[in-house]
Structure formats: structure tokens, C-alpha cells
Design a protein around this ligand. Structure first.
Ligand code: XMP
Length: 317
């Protein structure tokens, strides 16, 4: 029978056998998957695991600092790299979703490669790939059309001449969390909602600018803190705010305003492959809406997304 402790035991043995005395490099994203992959590799090979955490400027508000701190507390050998501007420069003028993913993926590879080259002793690239990623990367919608280029590190292993190790490849999300618990990974990391590699980049419809990122980060921080305070965060599988490329008319005092709109998304799901929208109480939605409109300059309208997957996806891009 599958148990988290048996999985950890087997995975640790497997990693030690595969990797031996060689070093592994792993990109941490702040998410559950890469964190658990890091925890597992750390358990197996200790300081021979080198973790790189890139601030792509598309993380949640204060996420980089907070998460970096928890990783340090986990005892990981971790390098934090601030590269916001490089990502913003590459994204300027791009509005097409897949082009954004490609641009973000490309800069990530450049930054990661630059950092990884500082550790020539590394022979392996660790990845937090989980089972649904394996499936969705190969899924088709009509003849041979990939739905989304899920993997943001395509091409990297070849470029760096690294062998790949993906210790979570057979696991579903809930199993990953159980394994993380078994490894003693801090609850704030484990209970975190899934967050896409391209981050807020695919939650800003239209052009990504530092100013629009700031607007979305502020709205998102308000949304998430209301969900936490009301006890809803842990009942939701994934939540986030989407900044729409829509201006609409509003009124403030005697003034007519013409400002932005955000959509709130919250879904319940087992593995992200199908999802239902969460029935957040109206009064909570009302408080979140007022708070966002009052505090986030540039937003005068909030809407709630009530679409299921399929046919809608969880993200809007
Ligand atoms: P969708 O939008 O396809 O999302 O219903 C399913 C799950 O996948 C996440 N997602 C991504 N994760 N890179 C990632 O690492 C991506 O490009 C990407 N697109 C979607 C999404 O957040 C949800 O958890």
C-alpha cells in the first residue's frame, strides 16, 4: 500500500542511488511541488542540493522575501535572485498568452542558466513535475494542438548538459502534500494554493507593466487575506485575482471615473484537471469587493467568475 513514509523512504533510496555524490540544481518557485521536491532531495543528499529561487516580478505581494525566509529555515542551500526588470523588459508589448509564457520561460532559462553556471559541480536538474503536469503537457485539443506549454524550463537540461531527476512524477497534488508533511515542510508552504510558473503574468490580460503588476498584487493580497481571515482559504483549492484589459465607467463623489476591472476566481478541484467554482458567501464577496475598490487605485469594478472547468480553464490565459 502507498503511504507517504514508504514513498519518502523509497524515493530517498532511489535518489541516492541515481545521484550518488553528484550535485543537483533545482529551481524553487515557492509552490508546493518544487518545495516538496526540494525537501525530498534535501533529505536524500543534503547540501549537495543547490536551490535557486528567482524573483520574476510576477510573484504575489511580498512572496519572494517571505518564501525565501522559510526556505532558509528549512536548512536548504538556497540562492535568491532578483530579476524583475529582466522579465518586465522581455514582456513589454506582449499580449498573447502563449507568447507571454514563452517570454517568461525564456528569461527564466537565461537567469537560471547564468546562476547554474556558478555551480559547475552540478550534474543534475531536479524538477517538481507531478503527474497532472505529465498528462496536461501531452494533452491535445483537436489534432496535435497543445493546450498550454506548461513547462517553463523546456530546453534547460540540454543547454546545461544536466540529467533530469523528477521525484514527484507519479504523484497527485494531495499525495505531494502528504509527502511534504511527512518531510516536515512548513504548513504555510504546504497549504499554499497552486500557483502557475508564469505567475501573475498569466493573470494580467493584455500587456504586463510594472504598474499593472502592482495593481494586481494589491488586489490579490486583499482577496487572499479576506479568505484567510474568514476561514475560507483552506477550503478552496486555488484562488486568485485576474486583472482584465477592460476599463469601465464609475462614479466617485461628483466625478465620473473610467478605471480597471478585476475578476476574482476561486475553485474547488482534486487535481486541477476539472474544477468547480467555489460558492463563497455573498457577504464575504461584498466585503472583498468594497475593500479592493476602496484601497486599490485604478480599480472601480470587481466581478466573480462562476465558470467550471471544463469548458473554462482555471486561469484566464
Ligand atoms: P488551467 O488554467 O489549465 O490550470 O485550468 C490548471 C492548473 O495549472 C496551473 N497552470 C500552470 N502552471 N505553468 C504552470 O506551472 C503554466 O503555464 C500554467 N498554466 C496553468 C493553474 O494555475 C492550475 O493550477
Amino acid at each position: 500500500d502507498w503511504t507517504p513514509s514508504r514513498f519518502v523512504e523509497d524515493a530517498v533510496d532511489f535518489i541516492r542511488q541515481e545521484v550518488g555524490e553528484e550535485h543537483v540544481i533545482l529551481g524553487l518557485s515557492g509552490g508546493v511541488d518544487s518545495s516538496v521536491a526540494a525537501g525530498l532531495l534535501h533529505q536524500a543528499i543534503g547540501q549537495n542540493l543547490i536551490c535557486i529561487f528567482v524573483d520574476n516580478g510576477l510573484l504575489r505581494k511580498n512572496e519572494f522575501e517571505e518564501v525565501l525566509e522559510s526556505y532558509k529555515e528549512m536548512g536548504l542551500h538556497i540562492i535568491g535572485v532578483r530579476a524583475e526588470q529582466e522579465f518586465y523588459d522581455a514582456l513589454a508589448g506582449i499580449t498573447d498568452p502563449e507568447s507571454k509564457r514563452k517570454a517568461i520561460g525564456k528569461v527564466f532559462i537565461d537567469v537560471f542558466e547564468r546562476e547554474a553556471k556558478k555551480f559547475p559541480e552540478a550534474k543534475w536538474l531536479g524538477q517538481g513535475t507531478i503527474y497532472p503536469d505529465v498528462i496536461e503537457s501531452f494533452s491535445v485539443h483537436g489534432p496535435s494542438v497543445t493546450i498550454k506549454s506548461h513547462h517553463n524550463v523546456g530546453g534547460l537540461p540540454e543547454k546545461l548538459h544536466l540529467k533530469i531527476i523528477e521525484p514527484l512524477r507519479s504523484l497527485f497534488k494531495d499525495e505531494v502534500r502528504n509527502v511534504g508533511e511527512e518531510l516536515g515542510i512548513p504548513a504555510p508552504i504546504l497549504k499554499r494554493h497552486p500557483f502557475p510558473g508564469p505567475g501573475l503574468g498569466i493573470r494580467i490580460l493584455g500587456e504586463i507593466t510594472p504598474e499593472r503588476v502592482r495593481i494586481l498584487q494589491n488586489a490579490d493580497a486583499i482577496y487572499i487575506s479576506h479568505l484567510r481571515n474568514a476561514g475560507w482559504y483552506d477550503k478552496i483549492w486555488q484562488a486568485g485575482v485576474i486583472l482584465l484589459p477592460v476599463q469601465s465607467v464609475g462614479v466617485m463623489g461628483d466625478e465620473r471615473t473610467y478605471e480597471g476591472t478585476v475578476a476574482l476566481r476561486a475553485v474547488n478541484s482534486l487535481d486541477g484537471m476539472t474544477a468547480n467554482w467555489t460558492h463563497i458567501p455573498y457577504d464575504l464577496l461584498g466585503k472583498i469587493s468594497s475593500d479592493i475598490i476602496n484601497k486599490v487605485k485604478g480599480i472601480n469594478r470587481v466581478v466573480y467568475d462562476i465558470s467550471t472547468k471544463p469548458p473554462a480553464t482555471i486561469e484566464w490565459e
